[in-house]
Ligand binder design. Sequence first.
Ligand code: FAD
Length: 637
Amino acid sequence: MRLDPKTPGGPLAEKWDRHKFDSKLVNPANRRKYTVIIVGTGLAGASAASSLGELGYNVKTFCIHDSPRRAHSIAAQGGINAAKNYQNDGDSIQRLFYDTIKGGDYRAREANVFRLAQLSVNIIDQCVAQGVPFAREYGGLLDNRSFGGAQVSRTFYARGQTGQQLLLGAYQSMMRQVDKGTVQMLPNREMLDLVIVGGQARGIVCRNLITGALERHAAHAVLLCTGGYGTAYYLSTNAVNSNVTAAWRAHKRGAFFANPCYTQIHPTCIPVSGTHQSKLTLMSESLRNDGRVWVPKRGDDTRPPQQIPEEERDYYLERKYPSFGNLVPRDVASRNAKGVCDEGRGVGESGLAVYLDFTDAIKRLGRPVIEGRYGNLFDMYRKITDEDPYTLPMRIYPAIHYTMGGLWVDYNLMSNVAGLHVLGEANFSDHGANRLGASALMQGLADGYFVIPYTLANYLGGSLFPAVTTEHDAFREAENSVQARIDLMLRAKGTDTPRQLHRRLGQLLWDQVGMARSEQGLRDALTEIPRLREAFWQNLSVPGDPNNLNKNLEYAGRVADYLEFAEVLALDALHRTESCGGHFREESQTPDGEALRDDANFSYVSAWEFTGVGVKPELHKEPLNFEYVNPSQRSYK
Ligand SMILES: Cc1cc2nc3c(=O)[nH]c(=O)nc-3n(C[C@H](O)[C@H](O)[C@H](O)COP(=O)(O)OP(=O)(O)OC[C@H]3O[C@@H](n4cnc5c(N)ncnc54)[C@H](O)[C@@H]3O)c2cc1C
């Protein structure tokens, strides 16, 4: 099967405008006749719901939380990129496009990324109009700070709570539509299956997480906005409720999973402190604007950081990458942190940490300025570690953070299943093999506010929809299969909690499919995952009632999906024998240890087709063509 990305023709800068003009429209009076299901109401889903509701479609939203405000998006700290060039420092749409393509290690589609850069400027206007309180400079203009992989300051922020403020903006816009009656909000619902009729996505089956009842919902199109799958690794910076379930179940119904091995490891997280933890805490990348990363020059130097003189410290990022210094992209910073710890120069009890030091910035700018920029992050750090980062350097270490892979989508954000659109972190679209900081919020909001209103109309206006109700056989079959899986979990009478089983999978993935991957390690993982899956079904214990709120049952379902999904993640990593971005194959590195791509053999998107649990999925390749940038060895030196 040939994967058609449906990239419009014409010059890069004109593609999106042309495409919008060529797209079909839906007459305002007809829009309410179309029902659109939106699964997930984080930034991507809430922005899509508010835009589509405003246009007059009949929208139904679903989320697993009791309120959309609890979506993982609320946790985003550092900021959102836009090519406004308020700083007059040389930014432009072209530069944001270029930085993002290069940052993604030349594994993203040019046309998508250019559109993202174009729309970035609209997002800021939209959010300001909603009242999002972005930080401002003394003159009143919006302030910017720098993020990794860019030499301009283009990141808009609201202290260290940017995601929260953006989500409140999107949420209030959505609630306005709830009030107007165009959006119906169904919280506490978990989508557990996709219903396809005549090749079109026509609905979902979900479980009411309060009553346990299974529900069927029919529509003309389904939008999945269900976030990323970083929690497959158990410990990550993601909210613990983030999961792959909706995407995986859609995959099992035919939607291709693209680039699952592209997982992002964030360099600045509070290090693991023991087995009691269920998640890790991010210290935003914005801290690298002012914090300096270092380790002692000598591995046996156990003195407290304040007693280590300047000349005995190794500011290794500044030393190795003088142009970008502490603001190299995340994959580069993470690998280097691992490198110095592997050399035995890591700090803290475990030796798995490096310092992020604000002493110089506080001397230069004064404590009130640093407090104003990062106060809430410093408070968070102090509460968790009981150390004061104003006087002692933070200790940080890389952790799983974001997933660039996701369901395959074309330029219209539609998967290979007609009518199934995928937005935000759940799709694979714009970041290639590595996401630059502050660009996930940009992508999620571009998808929801500015792309889907056009591309969904194009789909709805150009398709025929036979009448389908929830009594259709496809709904019955989907509900039966969901019920059968729930029954199977309840019948297992083992002794292990879903959390224990999840932790085992997470440790395996972190060890073998984490920051550095080797052929042998990946083969071992592929042998071990089916064993863990078997152990899951034999040893699982799900106490409690299925007809009630049952967190163990919810969790068990998500772990079961991860145990299937993990295999395609590892397989994707095994087949891609090159290194690129967040996917580092030990066998493929430059003489100085950087990721070595193999453009001749791997300049494509890998899109996997489900063929059965434990059966090797089929690989489809979407070639990547670069007309405007020349893929080269990435250098931040
Ligand atoms: C700690 C942290 C800080 C970050 N900071 C930044 C930052 O500063 N800048 C930046 O650009 N990016 C940042 N990111 C990344 C960014 O926050 C996410 O990529 C983005 O918020 C994802 O938004 P989303 O709408 O795609 O998904 P989410 O916000 O994860 O929303 C998913 C939605 O899907 C629902 N859902 C999930 N499964 C189901 C199901 N089966 N059925 C029904 N509903 C379901 C959930 O209830 C939720 O509503 C950060 C990430 C982390 C972990």
